[in-house]
Design a protein around this ligand. Structure first.
Ligand code: GDP
Length: 447
């Protein structure tokens, strides 16, 4: 069996990770002949590949006194027989001198290494985790062994790095699919907008024209209802459609009601269709909802409904895009679809546009491509001076997708002025074709 060794200084969470990977299946403790220490070994199935996993934590106790001595003694023999080493650090503690020392030793062992930043639960810690890039062991994989976050992704990464000989069978691959980062389920879409934009009409039209594969079912919250549609690419789940049927209550100001109903719906969705009555143009409240979509990090499609009733279509379209350009720069390039929910004209463009927005929202840029682009951007416009000193921006990496989230590392990077941030975000949008999606750029100062 291929051997995967979990290494790293004490307390980074090696045993927790071991238990996560091996699971309850069988965690056996075996005696190592000739040495009177125990080490933990177990087997795990990762993407259909059976592997032996060794946790070096058990070896720490009896080893020499110094921290590094202990790490090294515990790991030397194990690393020697490893096909892959999972080198763990504690993302919350950052890169410690002991980590750096151990990494330097590990680099000389000529073994494939996967760098793991453990204890990275939540987005902030994920950012922290990427500091580990500086160890020279590739892009760190942020995860939380304790909370089970990122484990499925890790399993895939391990499987990809194993020696070839045993091929995974298709059925086994499928078995692990459900744990993938990108859920295998249907695309979740919500229709939001102000009262009278035509949301209910749109919903009914969609239900009439598309193949409905299930009737209304209780949704994710008590009074939401979800409906499953199907287009030629597969199922689409319309979430919180009950909100569309709810009638405005007299005692509630219209303004608050529409926005709060939208919040509920868009939180459950991956792609949000913001529906406008095109005859009325863009209202401040529409922008409010759009900003909410941006803040929640959802993909957005702008639906200009009642297009049948619009007299000067060219002028209307231009007025609306000009307004968006000015008021929604943070979502530049939102896809716009014009149609009539009443007659059905133009409606065939909606779902393909939703699908495209979903793909963009899921996109990934490789670290190599990203940093080649980043260097060009730095050459074109040097980072600004802050307090008389030029900021040293070093590299970028994409921490996650859904929505695309990037981290920029550099000395005093967190001081980067907004104008330069916008320059980078706009550049990302253009170069990597990310129109209309929220883009997150996090700044990380390094020493
Ligand atoms: P909701 O409050 O957003 O759900 O809006 P409704 O679906 O109830 O529609 C509000 C009004 O706009 C109704 O009188 C609809 O008949 C009308 N309406 C909806 N879609 C269209 C459309 O595409 N064209 C025209 N001319 N009227 C529409």
């Amino acid at each position: 069996l291929p051997v995967v060794v979990i290494a790293g200084r004490p307390n980074v969470g090696k045993s927790t990770l071991f238990n996560r990977l091996v699971g309850r299946r069988q965690a056996l403790v075996s005696d190592m002949p000739g040495v009177t220490r125990d080490r933990k070994e177990g087997e795990a199935k990762l993407r259909g590949r059976q592997v032996r996993i060794i946790d070096t934590a058990g070896l720490e106790e009896a080893a020499p006194d110094t921290l590094f001595g202990r790490m090294r003694a515990s790991s030397e023999s194990a690393v020697g027989q490893a096909d892959l080493v999972l080198f763990c650090i504690d993302a919350r503690a950052g890169v410690t001198p002991a980590d750096a020392h151990f990494a330097a030793w590990l680099r000389k062992q000529n073994k494939p290494v996967l760098l793991i930043a453990n204890k990275a639960e939540g987005a902030a810690a994920t950012a922290e985790a990427l500091e580990a890039y500086s160890l020279g062991l590739g892009t760190p994989l942020a995860l939380s062994a304790e909370h089970g976050e990122g484990i499925a992704h890790l399993m895939g990464e391990i499987a990809d790095r194993l020696p070839e000989e045993v091929r995974a069978s298709k059925a086994r691959v499928l078995e692990d699919e459900e744990e993938n980062e990108r859920p295998a389920g249907p695309l979740r879409m919500a229709i939001v907008g102000r009262p009278n934009a035509g949301k209910s009409t749109l919903l009914n039209r969609l239900l009439g024209e598309e193949r409905m594969i299930t009737g209304p079912e209780p949704g994710l919250t008590r009074d939401s209802i979800s409906v499953m549609l199907e287009d030629e690419h597969g199922p689409i789940q319309l979430v919180d459609t009950a909100g569309l049927r709810r009638k405005a209550r007299i005692d509630q100001p219209l303004e608050r009601m529409s926005v709060s109903a939208s919040i509920e719906a868009l939180k459950m969705a991956e792609v949000v269709v913001l529906t406008l009555d095109a005859t009325l143009g863009v209202h401040e409240q529409d922008l409010q909802i759009a900003r909410l979509i941006e803040r929640e990090g959802r993909a957005c499609v702008l639906a200009l409904n009642k297009w049948d009733a619009v007299e000067d279509r060219t002028a209307t379209r231009k007025a609306i895009s000009d307004r968006l350009e000015i008021s929604l720069a943070q979502m530049r390039g939102i896809p716009v679809v014009t149609f009539s929910a009443l007659t059905g004209a133009g409606l065939h463009k909606l779902l393909p546009t939703v699908r495209r927005a979903y793909e963009i929202w899921n996109s990934r840029v490789t670290t190599g491509e990203l940093n080649r682009w980043f260097e060009e951007m730095l050459e074109r416009h040097a980072p600004p001076l802050v307090d008389g000193k030029r900021l040293k921006l070093r590299y970028m990496t994409q921490a996650k997708s859904r929505p695309p989230t990037f981290i920029l590392f550099g000395t005093r990077a967190e001081m980067l002025p907004d104008a330069y941030k916008r320059y980078l975000v706009n550049g990302l949008r253009e170069t990597f074709h990310l129109p209309g999606t929220p883009i997150r750029l996090q700044l990380r100062g390094t020493k």
